[in-house]
Design a protein around this ligand. Structure first.
Ligand SMILES: [Zn+2]
Length: 150
């Protein structure tokens, strides 16, 4: 199993755990330059009554606490769904080196569509972006979650 695959599998496990909590199933993992997982999180917007408690934001907060700083140079972020504009902004502010994401998000994504945050001239730090990793599983989780709620 490649490291890319296993980190995304960890993010998918966080997404599944989020679904079990009644949250939109999105999971994120932050990996330090040495390859160790320093943070992993799933969505907790409902549990925390916090619209900013997206998986990426929670994982970045936890990783910054570990790093003891507001930036995460050299760190990678794995997330099961294309980040929204808010999370893309946080990823840039944290100076994440590489972003790996799974499913595209035509409704709320802000990386490859919508505001395309990283392509904006005001974006001061642009990570390398790799999409489509584990996309089928991530999309199936979301589809299952939303169909189960009707
Ligand atoms: Zn977000």
């Amino acid at each position: 199993m490649s490291p890319f695959r296993s980190y995304m599998d960890l993010a998918l496990a966080e997404a599944r755990a989020a679904a079990l909590r009644g949250e939109v199933p999105v999971g994120a993992v932050v990996v330090a330059p040495g390859g160790q997982v320093v943070a992993q999180a799933g969505n907790r917007t409902r549990e925390l009554n916090d619209p900013t408690a997206h998986a990426e934001v929670l994982a970045i907060r936890a990783a910054c606490a570990v790093a003891g700083g507001e930036r995460l140079p050299g760190h990678d972020l794995y997330v099961t769904l294309e980040p929204c504009p808010m999370c893309a902004g946080a990823i840039s502010a944290a100076r994440i080196a590489r972003l790996y994401y799974g499913a595209a998000d035509p409704k709320s994504g802000g990386v490859a569509q919508g505001p395309r945050v990283f392509a904006h001239p005001q974006c001061h730090h642009v990570p390398e972006v790799y999409d489509g990793i584990g996309a089928a599983e991530a999309a199936a989780l979301l589809t299952g979650f939303f169909s189960g709620r009707r």
